[in-house]
Design a protein around this ligand. Sequence first.
Ligand code: HEC
Length: 139
Amino acid sequence: MTKPQIWVAAFLGLFILLFILSRITKEETTTNSPVNSTVPQTDMSSQNISAKELMSKLSCTTCHGTELQGTKMGPSLHNVSEYWGRDKLISYLRNPSSFSDTERFQKYEEQFPGMIMPPFSNIDVKDLGKIADYLLELK
Ligand code: HEC
């Protein structure tokens, strides 16, 4: 082969290589995209996450304890089924202050001075339902 022929061959080889590479990367992005598009959906209502994981993610455990046994910052969440039904508990989590006028909550105020249960109204209701189901089973 003459020198120009070698150059032509080298360029051709390079182009073929680039073409193959671009095909490969294209295939990767198309096979990846269905996976990517499902991520925001699962994020919106954390379907694959357990109630326990949700509660540590939302830092419920910071105030109520890692086993929800209660701390200096919040009461125990065991046996709350004595006081709550599912729907009422969900409304409570969304807006705790609207339930604070009972005797039980006035006691909590004395027991945990300066601490308030924050509202979780921006959390997906499905997630709050999952938490409520879990708490109502917690003896
Ligand atoms: C900043 C601390 C704090 C965080 C975070 C917190 N709580 Fe509370 N929680 C309290 C306090 C304090 C009370 C007592 C009532 C009050 O002061 O409003 C309470 C009360 C409650 C009650 C009512 C208990 C009863 O006897 O009826 C439930 C249920 C509850 N919290 C669940 C949760 C859940 C679920 C989360 C997370 C999504 C959470 N809390 C996050 C501090 C907290």
